[in-house]
Design a protein around this ligand. Structure first.
Ligand SMILES: Cc1cc2nc3c(=O)[nH]c(=O)nc-3n(C[C@H](O)[C@H](O)[C@H](O)COP(=O)(O)OP(=O)(O)OC[C@H]3O[C@@H](n4cnc5c(N)ncnc54)[C@H](O)[C@@H]3O)c2cc1C
Ligand SMILES: *[C@@H]1O[C@H](CO)[C@@H](O)[C@H](O)[C@H]1NC(C)=O
Length: 501
């Protein structure tokens, strides 16, 4: 009897050590010492954080507190191979995992990760510029500001987001919009090669000759963890930039968006040196009854924005204006996207976005969404810190790349729009209103396009959008994505962020 018991115990112990744990084994296996077991496999400067520690708290604090994944363990790799070791170990245990970078991803689907490992990428933040200056290899956890500054010091630039605190790859794997896209295309259009840990835990180098390369440029979150990426870099052509900003009252909605259509967007032929954006927001000290509209025009290559662009907006009678000249490096601060600005703070709020891409403004629809934003944020004061963002990048560089050549599906759209509904959280009634408001605002803009398709930028998605909304309506795109997913991630290890399947 004793012998048999010992054999059985030995068999169970070895099953507990080696097997992918089926649920019955989990219940009988002694609690494994993850920290010790995984720690032994990682490099010297890697970290593991467990619940209850301050580091764990920092590592799991996100921009939006809603729909957070449930993290059991945080691993902070310090070399690329640490990511591979972590994935292999998690696979052995049957534990889920998810990369975390700048923590600004807020899509609802990530909440499906329960009891998993968060792989916090921030130590992999190197920037190495190639000898000829045409490429830079950056770590899989490098943030926008790190990359902009390192390249700038070498007289170089590439396409990055405007916000200093998001990563390159969080946005980039889903396309990635940024200030230089009018020249060079999306962030993902800059990818030359990458090191990636696939679902089997093996670290591979892939480039355009790889079958899955197409998918990494627009649907990349679905296929692996990128531990480094080599990007195209360019000589800085224009160091100078200028901005002018305007604040308008709500009675100017029609004339403002009509002006943007006629003087800036110009049927998709917006000058490459111009970027504009606006947002609705409440500021009761300035206007106690209605939201205001903040509007920015940014221009490359000038120290003052050319009056050809700004005069039509001055003529509308803004309640205030501002402006300055400086360099490319000032853009984040001017627009409130630097590391010290509100969007970069993890302020404990719920943040929901409901994105839609369109080609130009419908003036009547802009009035309708303004009025709805005004009435809803008045009726529900808890939502009155929300804003409604309308971004207008120059698009020549994006459109110059053939649509079918990458998984990014929406190259012909000109405007990137999203209400950002935020509130303190914790009230189901308000939560429902927040989602309703976001969906209704988006629906109005969609109906006004007159098109059946609704295009939603994957990186702004709320999480209930369809695959067609995020990855394109062409059946061949859906088929191709699914085929690649079946081949490279058959067990759906990378299906928490905007999953294809
Ligand atoms: C304030 C703010 C500003 C923004 N500005 C821009 C902008 O200028 N341009 C733009 O295109 N978008 C922008 N976005 C949207 C942005 O693309 C997404 O929010 C994106 O998810 C943020 O990336 P992150 O690294 O901060 O987020 P995280 O939450 O850390 O990452 C998001 C997801 O990306 C995946 N991921 C991250 N790193 C890796 C990796 N190395 N390998 C594989 N998968 C990885 C994971 O699935 C993760 O869940 C902005 C968002 C906010 C909130
Ligand atoms: C939001 O509503 C609260 C409560 O009515 C009010 O005190 C606050 O000033 C409002 N804030 C904004 C930005 O409108």
């Amino acid at each position: 009897m004793e012998v048999i018991a010992a054999v059985a115990a030995g068999a169970i112990a070895s099953a507990c050590q080696n097997a992918v744990l089926s649920s019955w084994l989990v219940s009988i296996c002694p609690q494994r010492d993850y920290v010790k077991e995984l720690g032994d496999r990682l490099s010297r400067h890697a970290h593991i954080y467990t619940p209850g520690s301050d580091d764990f708290k920092t590592a799991t604090t996100r921009w939006s507190v809603a729909h957070a994944p449930e993290v059991k363990l945080v691993v902070v790799p310090s070399i690329e191979n640490d990511v591979a070791e972590t994935v292999k170990y998690a696979n052995e245990l049957g534990m889920p995992y998810l990369a975390l970078n700048g923590g600004h991803g807020a899509i609802k689907t990530v909440e499906k990760m329960k009891g998993g490992i968060e792989i916090w990428m921030h130590q992999l933040n190197g920037v190495e510029i190639s000898e000829d200056g045409a490429r830079a290899k950056i770590g899989g956890g490098a943030k926008t500001k790190t990359v902009i500054d390192a390249l700038w010091a070498a007289g170089k630039q590439t396409v990055t987001g405007l916000c200093e605190c998001t990563s390159i790859l969080g946005p980039g794997l889903g396309g990635g919009h940024g200030i230089l896209e009018g020249h060079y295309g999306l962030i993902s259009d800059q990818f030359v090669s990458m090191n990636i840990v696939l679902a089997d835990g093996i670290l591979r180098t892939i480039d355009e000759s790889s079958e899955m390369w197409w998918a990494m440029q627009g649907a990349g979150h679905n296929f692996g963890i990128v531990t480094s990426v080599t990007l195209k870099t360019y000589d800085i052509i224009y160091r100078d930039w200028a901005y002018e900003s305007f604040i308008f009252t709500g009675d100017k909605v029609e004339s403002l968006y009509d002006n943007i259509n006629n003087h800036l967007l110009k049927d998709g032929s917006q000058p490459v040196e111009i970027m504009h954006y606006s947002f609705f927001f409440n500021n009761p000290e300035v206007d106690p009854t209605n939201p205001l509209i903040m509007f920015f025009i940014l221009q490359e290559g000038n120290m003052v924005v050319d009056p050809t662009y700004t005069t039509p907006f001055h003529e509308l009678g803004p309640i205030s204006t501002d402006g300055e000249g400086g360099s490319f490096l000032d853009l984040a601060t001017w627009t409130g996207n630097d590391n010290n600005s509100p969007p970069c703070q993890k302020a404990g709020l719920v943040n929901y976005r409901f994105p839609i891409n369109i080609e130009s403004y419908s003036v009547p629809a802009q009035r309708q969404v303004y009025d709805l934003f005004a009435s809803a944020t008045k009726e529900t004061p808890a939502l009155n810190g929300s804003f409604f963002l309308f971004e207008g990048y120059a698009t020549q560089g994006v459109k110059a790349i053939p649509s079918e050549s990458t998984a990014y599906p929406f190259r012909s759209d000109n405007l990137l729009i999203a209400p950002v509904i935020n509130y303190a959280g914790g009230d189901a009634e308000i939560d429902k209103k927040a989602v309703e408001l976001g969906e209704n605002l988006r629906r109005i803009l969609h109906e006004a396009t007159g098109r059946e398709e609704m295009h939603t930028y994957v990186n702004y998605a709320y999480g209930e959008e369809t695959k067609q909304n995020m990855y394109g309506y062409e059946q061949w795109r859906q088929d191709k994505l699914l085929e690649l997913k079946n081949k490279y991630d058959p067990q759906r290890k990378f299906s928490f962020y905007a999953p294809i399947a």
